[in-house]
Every structure is written in structure tokens, then in C-alpha cells.
Design a protein around this ligand. Structure first.
Ligand code: PEP
Ligand code: MN
Length: 346
């Protein structure tokens, strides 16, 4: 309440809150009175408390997400993707090409992913490109290629969906549905993947706060799907030396607020091949539950994001970094999944 608020103003606020079934607790300080209110936020919004006599400011103190919060679920969750665990005791590597281009390119990239120690294959069939003139992906043909490569390698598939109308089709081929940074607040899409019966990889929007990111996860959870893995992929800052700025502190911050696993995308964060290894090390040291990394057999001719794709000897270095650092962080590296999940079909 404002310093000059009268007793009548305070009583009026309490009455309004109680009239919609809320509870109001008045706490009087030397110079100011605060009214704490508990109840349905939508009902309180409708009261327009901010415009009432004597009210200085209305502040929300509880988070706008619940199901994904640690208050709701204190233990950290383990999400299984085609039998592969992602969670607090393991370090999972997801690797593959940015985009599916041809069956050969995808299979070669998947073999590189296995060599990198990956347990899941990434690859975009529907690409959310900033320019309409950039490569848009192979669509359903790309999904078929990913499914064939899964058969061949045993690697479960993570792939992006960009249209609510495509969710059922993508879910028929994929083991995990990716929501990209550009779609983090596409609420119709979030609700559609919430109903799809597949785990979801939710990337952070490049201008999204942690609270907005977790609120987007809540949209998925609210539709009955709590199999969500969060992915920090860099945010937009004033810095131009890198494609995005990896917000490494988001890893421990989000792990305190949410029980969902958090992985890091060092490829889209830095946008440069030479940064992938140092950012991977940083991610593991900061406590990430995994990393998702772009690899390509011939990055120079890649249709998408070739500059950030690992190739040749980089792959061994990545595998070594993960193998060496995981036990230091108390985690078991999740090995190539070939034996365990070869028979898996979604
Ligand atoms: C991707 O992973 O291919 C991608 C498009 O990433 P982001 O949504 O993080 O830009
Ligand atoms: Mn990309």
C-alpha cells in the first residue's frame, strides 16, 4: 500500500480479495503496510488491484509455473528417450547434423555421432530458418531418412517440429520432439506436443528469461506431458564475436527452480566449430545433464550451420572430454545405445 493509504483503503483491498475466495494477510511496518494475498491469480487479476485507492504496487511472488517446479516435485527427474536416460546421474550426448540432407549424409553423421559417444541422434527435417530463402529441410522425407538411420545404428531420433499440424506425423517417426528457440513461445505448438505422447526437448528462446522458458515448459506439462528436457542454446546479447552468448549460469539456476533435466547446445551457442569443445567442457562442469552437438561429414558443403559442425578429429576430442569430465561430476556417461535400443520402434 502507498504510505498515505488509509485504513479504509486497506480494508477495501482485503474485502475485495476475500470476496473472490482469496486470503489476505495485513502486515504493518513503520512506514508501510503490505497486504499478502493467496488464491487464484486469474481472480486477482480481474480485481485490478493496482488501480484501487491507496495501492502503490502489485507484485507477484510465486512463480507462474508449478508442475515443472521443484516446489511441486523436489526430486530431479529422469526422462527416458527410446530407453536412454537423461537426468541427474548421467551425461547424455545427442549428436547429428543440423539438417537431414541426404540418406548418405545422415548415416555418415550418425556414425560420427556414435564415435562421439552419443546415445541419441539429432537432425532437422523441418527447419525453422530465419530467411525464407534458406534451406527449409526435406520435410517428411527427412523423417523417413532419420527412421532408416535409427534402424541402421540403433540411435533414437530427436527432431524438430515447427507446426502444430505436423505434430502427429513427426511423433510417428521420432523418439523425441524438439521445439526450437524460435518457437519457444508458440503456445499452440507447445500444447500440441503436450498431447503427443513423446518426450520433448524444449530449447530456450534467444530472448527469453528463465521464467518465460519455464512457463513455456509448463504449457507442455499442463497438457499431461512431463517428459521435458530443457536446452540452453545461447541468448542474444550485445556481443557479436559469437553467434549467441551461452548463458552458462542458466544451468544451475534452472536446476534449482525446476526438476526437469537441463542440457546445453554448444554448437548453436557459439556458432563456431572451435568453441564447441570448450563450451562442452563448461557445460559439463556447470552441471549440465547432457549436450546436443552438431556434426557433419562435410561441413563445407552443409546446407545449414556448417561453421559450427564438428568433423574428423574433433569427434574423438569431444568423446574424450565427455568420458574424462563426466565421472568428475559424479555422472555416468551414457554410452552408444546400439545394443540397448536397436529393437526400439516408437
Ligand atoms: C537446431 O537445433 O537445429 C536449431 C534450429 O536450434 P535453435 O532452435 O536453438 O536455433
Ligand atoms: Mn542449426
Amino acid at each position: 500500500m502507498a504510505p498515505e493509504a488509509t485504513q479504509e483503503d486497506i480494508d477495501n483491498v482485503v474485502e475485495l480479495v476475500e470476496a473472490v475466495g482469496g486470503n489476505a494477510f495485513v502486515s504493518r511496518g513503520v512506514s508501510r503496510t503490505i497486504v499478502g494475498i493467496v488464491g487464484d491469480v486469474d481472480d486477482f487479476d480481474a480485481l485490478n488491484l493496482g488501480s484501487r485507492n491507496g495501492v502503490l504496487q502489485v507484485m507477484r511472488v510465486s512463480a507462474p509455473y508449478k508442475l515443472v517446479s521443484r516446489e511441486h516435485h523436489p526430486a530431479r527427474s529422469v526422462i527416458r528417450v527410446g530407453g536412454v536416460p537423461i537426468g541427474p546421474d548421467t551425461l547424455s550426448v545427442i549428436a547429428g547434423p543440423c539438417a537431414v540432407e541426404t540418406p548418405e549424409q545422415t548415416l555418415r553423421a550418425a556414425r560420427m555421432a556414435l564415435e562421439a559417444g552419443a546415445s541419441l541422434l539429432r537432425g532437422g527435417a523441418f527447419k525453422p530458418r530465419t530467411s525464407p530463402y534458406s534451406y527449409q529441410g526435406l520435410g517428411e522425407e527427412g523423417l523417413r531418412i532419420l527412421a532408416e538411420v535409427r534402424e541402421e545404428t540403433g540411435l533414437p531420433v530427436v527432431t524438430e517440429v515447427i507446426d502444430p499440424g505436423h505434430v502427429d506425423t513427426v511423433a510417428a517417426y521420432a523418439d523425441m520432439l524438439q521445439i526450437g528457440a524460435r518457437d519457444m513461445q508458440n503456445f499452440a505448438l507447445l500444447q500440441a506436443v503436450g498431447r503427443a505422447g513423446r518426450p520433448v526437448l524444449l530449447k530456450r528462446g534467444f530472448s527469453a528469461t528463465v521464467e518465460e522458458w519455464l512457463s513455456s515448459a509448463e504449457y507442455i506439462a499442463q497438457r499431461g506431458n512431463l517428459d521435458i528436457v530443457l536446452c540452453e542454446r545461447g541468448i542474444r546479447t550485445f556481443e557479436t564475436a559469437t553467434r549467441n552468448t551461452l548463458d552458462i549460469s542458466a544451468v544451475p539456476v534452472v536446476q534449482r527452480l525446476s526438476h526437469l533435466p537441463v542440457i546445453v547446445d554448444p554448437s548453436h551457442s557459439g556458432g563456431r566449430r572451435d568453441l564447441v569443445l570448450p563450451l562442452t567442457r563448461a557445460a559439463i562442469a556447470a552441471g549440465a545433464d547432457g549436450v546436443i552437438v552438431d556434426v557433419h561429414p562435410e561441413p563445407r558443403s552443409a546446407r545449414c550451420d556448417g561453421d559450427q559442425a564438428l568433423m574428423g578429429p574433433d569427434i574423438r576430442e569431444l568423446a574424450d572430454a565427455v568420458t574424462i569430465l563426466s565421472p568428475l561430476m559424479g555422472r555416468t556417461r551414457v554410452g552408444p545405445a546400439a545394443d540397448r535400443v536397436r529393437s526400439h520402434t516408437p
